[in-house]
Design a protein around this ligand. Sequence first.
Ligand code: SAM
Length: 433
Amino acid sequence: MGPADESSSSSPAAASVAPLLRPEGWALLEALPPYAGPDTAMALGERLRAEGAEAQLVAAAMTQSRLRAKGAAKFGPFADGMLFTAEGLEQATRLQVAAHHAQRFRDAGCSRVADLGCGIGGDAMALASLGLGVLAVDRDEATAAVATVNLRHWPDAQVQRADVLDVISQLPELGGAGGPGRVDRVDGAWLDPARRTASGRRVLDPHHASPPWSAVLDVARRVPATGVKLAPGVPRDIAAGSGLPAEVQWVSVDGDVVEAACWFGPLARPGRAASALVLRSAERGGTATLVDDDDLPVPPAVASPEGVGTYLYDPDGAVVRSGLVGQVAALVGGSLLDPTIAYVTSERLVATPLARAFAVEEVWPFGLKALRTRLRDRGVGAVEVLKRGSAVDVEQLRRSLRLEGPRQATLVLTRVAGRQHVLLCRPAAATRA
Ligand SMILES: C[S@@+](CC[C@H](N)C(=O)[O-])C[C@H]1O[C@@H](n2cnc3c(N)ncnc32)[C@H](O)[C@@H]1O
């Protein structure tokens, strides 16, 4: 597989952004009413053209108005003053997460951070808004132009259109003088490598992202305070072979794991190889809960199905990916259902954002025919299905169950003490954070 790549100069994105960089294009965009769906937008576009506005300007402004509306999910009210490319918005770090990235750099005492592959500037804006100087670099013409607009409020943030591989070669070697065009005064570096090929295919392996993992390590060797955003599926020991101290932190927002960030040098907390940051969006309380690998012993797994307690906990994905399920078990005074499965059971109901809790009604060995009969007998007509350690195809199971009845339930398909079981559950509302 080739390295991930994106659009080059004179792309359709560049053509659709360029008109907005002219004063009349910007003025038209700023004068538009809030986006109200495609039909209203089309009528508005027709009216503006009929009033004499240039077609290209109108098209660019209408596209931007739609992207701003979409961008509110990541940037809240700030989206209304930003520019986006469709790809750049898709790849951008949401502000709530970027704020945590920026906080790491500030806490480590950095003063100027190079954002190497800055995209539309999601992370760079968060860095700048904490008062840090920023050198934001992107090789894509439209993306760099958009980042320049988005960073306009911060005089200490500069955007450079360049290949980050060239910029990296100019970073000073540790203890050395650096290359001829040396990028000095940078004491932190952030990378968020592109994980899509030109054809839009996802790249899961960081060695094939752009810039690749080898370049990330090159940066971390030159600038000790380096952080990098990776796909959540990266192995826990991703940085182990580098010889550099590192912490990998998995981050979730409202239950979705959005990234694994690898923090090197002074950005890594001593003794923390893995951690989880569980965030709730502003609409759901705006909380941040940190889980660390602070050596709490993982409680033993239940020995038999009789050991399944009154409650089942389904830990947040960031907790599971970081291998810290034992922390949830300890928090709720519970045990694992199985030594290799990330479900926890307990007699206690504990309110925590780190796991969804369910009341366990019944536990059965897995068997399709018996399950169908049991669910019918209990009037279960609709099920949410959770599974771990089970090869069952959920959609096929739903079809085979042919459920009828007024009740809703949660079915958990998993191993209990080494054997396939089904747990009939219902959500325990107290823990829904
Ligand atoms: C995932 S995006 C960054 C998103 C950004 N963190 C944000 O929050 O908006 C990756 C960016 O890296 C840029 N990029 C990838 N390889 C590059 C390279 N070799 N030189 C410069 N930019 C590069 C892409 O153009 C893309 O805009």
